[in-house]
Design a protein around this ligand. Structure first.
Ligand code: NAD
Ligand code: IPM
Ligand code: MN
Length: 363
């Protein structure tokens, strides 16, 4: 297979973890005789520093001409005082909306060896396997008006939560289709006791559910869901939710897996072109130290091979290789403490190399 991948390392630990993911892409494509052309683009704070624009035209073009996009992370304290439109994070929002990537998939599954890396007790964790289907191009992130202005002599700020029926319907279909291939349960998460958007959300989700009689639907308020994710995560199969709730709940769910450095994501639209990224950010507190966990980014490559290229065997091999390395007790710093399975603390680079060598040898 011949594919073009746009790679956007970004800021902070972004370049460190993406470097490991590129190694994985290279060994995998060599092993399976795929021709992969990688083009790197500058994005986020790095692009602001060089071009005064978080998503320069050149980077957009690289993405446009590619079959899929891999992104590290953007943002950091250096750019925190810029206006919303000029911030590094704006690049991410432009990529998501520009390519119409409305469906953000965030799978949460547990590697048994990491159970003790999580602060949650073992009995609640074994067998947890769910996926958050997060609406990604609507809600508070994009609603207009979005501004800060003076009113009656004081500064006021406005964000607008807006959802259209069509936006809710298309993401609901993604969730129900996903559930059909899994444990056939959708938990739709909203705040319908308070928000108009959530009441419309609930109504449309119920309409869509009628087309999937084999899938059970339940509704849950977001505050309760936040509690249930740590109280009894095994109850979930597919969590369907809007943009902001999905952002917050997925960081919370990361705790179950042992570290936010473990969680990958895929952002998809109507075509095969997707944006793949770890759910974590640029982690300025550990950037440049070669300690960041690259697994979330490496697992995002597995999602890319699965969803954008339909190469399931390759995706599975990445996932099996990650599992193998963990089962041997090689952990990055974030996973190491209090875990009896931990044998050796490894750096970002070492973790990338270990996973690559297992892939080369066949996991
Ligand atoms: P963060 O996810 O960057 O970091 C939160 C905590 O998790 C930190 O203690 C960090 O060290 C740790 N962590 C994150 N990734 C890790 C990894 N791979 N290995 C080990 N530890 C890891 O969130 P934050 O500190 O709230 O945000 C920092 C910056 O990142 C902000 O500018 C934010 O806007 C941006 N951000 C970007 C993205 C993205 O590009 N997709 C996502 C989230 C946050
Ligand atoms: C994420 C991030 C982004 C989001 C930010 C950086 C725009 O937190 O991908 O989870 O809020 O969607
Ligand atoms: Mn987030």
């Amino acid at each position: 297979m011949r594919v073009k991948i746009a790679v956007l390392p970004g800021d902070g630990i972004g370049p460190e973890v993406v470097k490991q993911a590129i190694k994985v892409i290279n060994v995998l494509s060599k092993k399976f005789h795929h021709q992969v052309e990688i083009k790197e683009g500058i994005v986020g704070g790095a692009a602001i520093d060089k071009f005064g624009d978080p998503l320069p035209e050149e980077t957009w073009k690289i993405c446009e001409e590619s079959d899929s996009i891999l992104l590290g992370a953007v943002g950091g304290p250096k750019w925190d005082n810029l206006p919303g439109d000029k911030r590094p994070e704006k690049a991410l929002l432009k990529l998501r909306s520009g390519f119409n990537l409305f469906a953000n998939l965030r799978p949460i599954s547990i590697f048994d060896e990491l159970i003790f890396s999580s602060p949650i007790k073992e009995e609640y964790l074994k067998g947890v396997d769910f996926i958050i289907v997060r609406e990604l191009t609507g809600g508070l992130y994009f609603g207009k008006p979005k501004e800060t202005r003076i009113e009656n002599g004081e500064e006021i700020a406005i964000d607008t939560m807006i959802y259209r029926t069509s936006e809710i319907r298309r993401i609901a279909h993604v969730a129900f289709k996903m559930a059909q291939k899994r444990k056939k349960k959708v938990t739709s998460v909203d705040k319908a006791n308070i928000l108009e958007c959530s009441r419309l959300w609930r109504k449309i989700v119920e309409e869509v559910a009628k087309e999937y009689p084999d899938v059970a639907l339940e509704h849950m308020y977001v505050d309760n869901c936040a509690m249930q994710i740590v109280r009894n995560p095994k109850q979930f199969d597919v969590i369907l939710t809007e943009n902001t709730f999905g952002d917050i709940l997925s960081d919370e769910a990361a705790v179950i897996t042992g570290s936010i450095g473990m969680l990958p994501s895929a952002s998809l639209g109507e075509t095969k072109k997707g944006l793949y990224e770890p759910i974590h950010g640029s982690a300025p507190d550990i950037a440049g130290q070669n300690v960041a966990n690259p697994i979330a980014t490496i697992l995002s490559v597995a999602l890319m091979f699965r969803y954008s290229f339909d190469l399931e065997e390759e995706a599975k091999l990445i996932e099996k290789s990650v599992r193998k390395v963990l089962s041997l007790g090689y952990f990055t710093k974030d996973l190491y403490a209090n875990n009896p399975y931990a044998q050796k603390m490894v750096t970002t680079e070492e973790m990338g190399d270990l996973i690559c060598s297992v892939i080369e040898g066949g996991a």
